[in-house]
Design a protein. Structure first.
Length: 238
């Protein structure tokens, strides 16, 4: 749990930068200021502090990007937040308008083991309910959710050193190897039917608008992968 290592304030900054820079662009100081309701001057001071501590790279007048260190922490917080929103809505029945604030209050104190058990309880969700944003993948060094379910304690699982990205979030011509498949055996079987397994090499050709499929190259064969599978199949970029 990162809350014991860094302050909730820093976590909020990293979470905001993560959301603003998910497409690969730099997060702007003005955007961070607006989202956190903090004066731009104070935001700039904090970004410089975060850079000194190795969480971000700050470029004056241009914006800020997360380092690998900052990205791992931010992704973990976003994952916990979105899992909590799903739990609060689907299990406890909270109103949609209350989800974000309540999840914000809980995300910093949720342990990694509680997060894992929550994910299992919810049957490995891939989207949060209020805005349908994708729930980031965990950083456990496993290849499927079934593998996770067979392990008693999170202490028995190593952490990934690499950052994974969903096929649906890849950019055209990016290449990666499949490292994790989220969901039940049905999703795994669908991918197997397409010839996609762990360690398959994937090249994104292009994405279609809205909820259409993405076109990928698997080894040397062009395939269409539906949106659901594209956001539940994760690769390590080469």
């Amino acid at each position: 749990m990162h809350g014991k290592e860094i302050s909730e304030n820093i976590e909020e900054y990293l979470e905001t930068i993560y959301k603003k820079s998910l497409a690969g662009d730099m997060a702007k100081t003005t955007e961070i200021s607006k989202d956190l309701d903090i004066a731009p001057g104070s935001v700039t001071q904090m970004l410089k502090k975060l850079e000194e501590e190795g969480y971000v790279n700050y470029y004056q007048y241009r914006g800020v990007k997360l380092t690998d260190k900052g990205y791992k922490i931010a992704k973990s917080i976003v994952r916990k937040h979105r899992l909590l929103e799903t739990f609060l809505y689907e299990t406890l029945g909270l109103d949609m308008e209350d989800l974000h604030e309540q999840a914000c209050a809980m995300e910093h104190s949720l342990s990694d083991e509680a997060e894992r058990k929550l994910c299992q309880l919810l049957e490995y969700p891939d989207q949060c309910p209020d805005d349908h944003n994708i729930i980031p993948v965990c950083d456990l060094n496993i290849s499927t959710c079934y593998e996770c379910s067979t392990i008693h304690s999170i202490d028995e699982i190593n952490r990934r050193t690499e950052n994974l990205i969903a096929i649906g979030n890849m950019k055209p011509q990016q290449v990666g190897k499949v490292k994790f498949i989220r969901g039940d055996n049905d999703k795994i079987q669908k991918l197997l039917n397409l010839g996609i397994t762990i360690e398959s090499e994937i090249t994104l050709i292009n994405s279609t608008p809205l909820n259409g499929p993405v076109k990928i190259l698997v080894e040397s064969e062009e395939l269409l992968l539906d949106k659901e599978l594209s956001y539940n199949t994760f690769v390590e970029l080469e």
